[in-house]
Design a protein around this ligand. Structure first.
Ligand code: GUN
Length: 281
């Protein structure tokens, strides 16, 4: 088999176009505030991308670029001020924060109805019981991809590699909500290859180049690569050995051009959702 390549870039453009059309029907423009602390170059690129996405979708955006020396109090005061602003529907604090700042406290300070990352424990709890307003962007982007390509997950065995709070755990929850049988694998899982071979849908979110080889993939499986690694040559790559796995999978996502653009598109969807929660649409 040679896999169909899931085109995350094209799909993300469609999702953003849908958001743009919805925004036009709103009584007030949705707004997103993005906070960037310090000068992490990767974070800079991500934040620039998010601002571009907002502009494309007709969403108002503002950026707060703070020096790495910013105190916890200053950061929390900014979040509090944004919580109180009616023109700001979503607040995103780009991670990682510089050393010395308490990420956990900052994420908890963001009002749950403005938590477009879906990182606040309230929203994580809502997700757990299946009553969420927001879905975390990366796992939601994966579900959107599966839906767009007509891949029904109900009754399928989904194996998620990685148990992070940002991807692995919420991904498992979303797959479970859609009636997949879900296995979460991690660094202490014995027989990783054996577990992977049982997957109808394999989601790799570990951050280890070359982790998933063709011998670990069942013939006809759907393989979603969430990771963003840089190989020795500095090139972007995922966890999956793309060329060899594409020979066995039925569907596969590339890196770049797969899950990454979808993550950004889903942030726009969540900002729209937040604006709806605030009565704008
Ligand atoms: N850093 C890397 N990915 C993300 C994300 O999805 N949200 C935030 N806030 N920071 C990130």
């Amino acid at each position: 088999m040679s896999a169909t390549i899931i085109d995350g870039k094209a799909l993300a453009a469609q999702v953003k176009e849908r958001v743009r059309q919805q925004v036009e029907t709103f009584s007030q423009r949705p707004g997103l505030a993005v906070i960037l602390v310090g000068d992490n170059p990767a974070s800079r690129v991500y934040v620039d991308g998010k601002k571009r996405d907002c502009a494309e979708c007709g969403i108002y955006s503002e950026e707060y670029t703070l020096p790495a020396q910013t105190s916890q109090r200053e950061l929390l005061e900014l979040v509090e001020a944004l919580n109180g602003r009616a023109d700001v529907d979503g607040i995103l604090c780009q991670l990682p924060l510089p050393q010395g700042l308490d990420e956990r406290a900052v994420l908890r300070a963001i009002a749950p109805d403005k938590d477009v990352d879906c990182f606040h424990p309230y929203n994580v709890g809502e997700l757990m019981i299946g009553e969420q307003s927001f879905q975390p962007c990366t796992p939601a982007g994966v579900m959107e991809m599966l839906d767009a390509y007509g891949i029904d997950v109900a009754g399928k065995h989904a194996v998620v590699l990685g148990r992070s709070n940002i991807v692995g755990k919420p991904q498992a929850m979303l797959l479970l909500q859609r009636n997949a049988t879900v296995t979460i694998c991690h660094s202490r899982t014995p027989d990783l290859a054996e577990q992977c071979r049982r997957a109808d849908i394999l989601v790799a979110a570990v951050g280890q180049e070359g982790l998933v080889t063709a011998d670990m993939v069942k013939e006809g499986a759907v393989v979603i690569d969430v990771a963003m690694n840089r190989n020795a040559a500095g090139k972007l790559c995922g966890d999956v050995c793309f060329e060899e796995v594409a020979q066995k999978a039925s569907y596969i996502t590339p890196v770049p051009g797969g899950v990454g653009p979808m993550t950004r598109a889903m942030l726009m969807v969540n900002t729209l959702t937040a604006a709806r929660l605030h009565g704008k649409g």
